[in-house]
Design a protein around this ligand. Structure first.
Ligand code: UDX
Length: 436
């Protein structure tokens, strides 16, 4: 099927390449010429496992191309809209400028019977506001939220947990469902749940899912705060409650909290939207979730400060990790980088390394000392912080080896990902998050 994908950022670039990989004929469209040039050359503009391969294959097979020319959307049957919905500069609400601009730019190229499938995360009610414009062009607007995780984006797109499509309760809506089932034929045939809802529910599913995930993380981080007072161990607590299938162990990783381009902005936008709808109190807890999460960054800074005798001033601190999570080069709202920047602000000599995110981090925070090689970064450190749980730090870093490189023996495990006993046995002062 002929498809267009408007917006070639994280979501759009992956979606376009993934749709080509399952056999569709796809054009990706974006206003950013540099991005389009890179994608047209088959270069993934960010680190995402598996993306490079499907980009190259799709382009070589002639099923995938990228352009800045919106008229290329003409002739496609489904137009996916995956542009960004960032946090507004002066508030918490989502900025819908790009969504509106993308729809307006697309309208002249729509044909009757086309489906416009919104994928961006939007405040509930957005689709209803956009629908009349799309319908006036004879097309149907549906909402098909995206649940991909960075680092797993290709897998999550080709083989998702579920597909959700919000459609209007009309014949055109029913026809759009049939078309989308054809688009997603491989997962549909495999039995992947395909949920058809109204537009508002589909929009809400996405923000509710992210709010739930953020709440789960913040809940365990709140337990970490309590554990710290009484000398309990939040990782054992998480294991114990996680055995209850109703709770589950996933997303109960206490540490320096969630970051990235989605969870923080999405819960803020959701709270702002609920307030607009006069239901602010229903999700008032999300503000608290945000606060708990942000407090854990303070805690990591406090732990290293206390361990260094009350001040980090002119101390050599090595920060392992800059990305907001492993298998990503994304530094948007990265707790890891935030902790590093704060320590630098307090007068520490901060050296930071990361397997993938150094270039992005350097461009945003040039004041830090960036080192590619982990061992080089560790040399001479008074204290070490692990803030992104890459395997290079979690599994492949023996305490005895690190002892030969550093000046001090202080390690702060901001992700509770190290073997505390192994570090202590090697003579280190180990500090976890919510652990004695
Ligand atoms: C998230 C959602 O998972 C995804 O479904 C949605 O489409 C986009 O937002 P992503 O931002 O890629 O995906 O990252 P995710 O894996 O959810 O992690 C988010 C943050 O939470 C990271 O900073 C991670 O380190 C943190 N986290 C995750 C924890 O602190 N503890 C955990 O137990 C799990």
């Amino acid at each position: 099927m002929k498809l267009s994908v408007i917006g070639c950022g994280y979501l759009g670039a992956v979606h376009a390449a993934a749709m080509a990989s399952i056999g569709h004929d796809v054009v990706g469209i974006d206003v950013d010429e540099r991005k389009i040039d890179a994608l047209s050359r088959g270069e993934a503009p960010f680190f995402e496992p598996g993306l490079q391969d499907i980009l190259t294959e799709g382009i070589a097979a002639g099923r995938l191309r990228f352009t800045t020319d919106m008229s290329a959307a003409q002739g496609a049957i489904v137009h996916f809209v995956g542009v960004g919905t960032p946090q507004q500069k002066d508030g918490y609400a989502a900025d819908l400028t790009y969504v509106n601009a993308a729809i307006d730019a697309l309208l002249p190229y729509l044909s009757p019977g086309d489906v416009v499938a919104g994928k961006s995360t939007v405040p509930v009610g957005t689709a209803a506001g956009l629908a009349p414009r799309v319908e006036a062009a004879g097309a149907t607007l549906v909402w098909n939220p995206e649940f991909l995780r960075e680092g797993w984006a290709v897998k999550d797109t080709i083989d998702p947990d579920r597909l959700v499509v919000g459609v209007p309760a009309t014949d055109a809506g029913a026809a759009a469902v049939d078309i989308l089932k054809q688009v997603y034929a491989p997962p549909v045939e495999k039995g992947t749940p395909f949920l058809v809802t109204d537009l508002a529910t589909a929009e809400l599913v996405k923000v509710a899912a992210n709010a739930f995930l953020a709440t789960k993380i913040s809940f365990i981080n709140a337990m970490a705060e309590i554990a710290e007072v009484v000398g309990a161990d939040v990782t054992q607590l998480a294991d114990a409650i996680g055995h209850d299938a109703r709770i589950g162990r996933k997303f109960l990783g206490a540490g320096i909290g969630f970051g990235g381009g989605c969870l923080p902005k999405d819960i803020r936008a959701f709270a702002a939207r609920a307030e607009e709808l006069g239901r602010g109190e229903s999700v008032a807890f999300l503000r608290q979730m945000d606060e708990i999460n942000l407090r854990r960054r303070d805690r990591a800074v406090q732990l290293v400060t206390d361990a260094l005798g009350g001040s980090v001033f002119k101390k050599n601190i090595t920060v392992l990790g800059a990305a907001f999570k492993p298998f990503s080069d994304d530094i948007r709202d990265s707790p890891a980088l935030d902790v590093a920047v704060r320590l630098h602000g307090l007068g520490a000599w901060v050296t930071i390394t990361d397997p993938e995110a150094i270039e992005n981090a350097k461009a945003k925070h040039p004041q830090l000392n960036y080192v590619d090689d982990r061992d080089e970064a560790l040399r001479g450190a008074d204290a070490v912080l692990v803030v992104t749980e890459w395997d290079e730090y979690r599994r492949q870093m023996a305490p005895e080896h690190v002892s030969e490189l550093t000046a001090g023996r202080i390690i702060v495990d901001g992700r509770n990902c190290l073997d505390a006993a192994a570090w202590r046995n090697a003579g280190w002062d180990y500090y976890g998050m919510g652990r004695p």
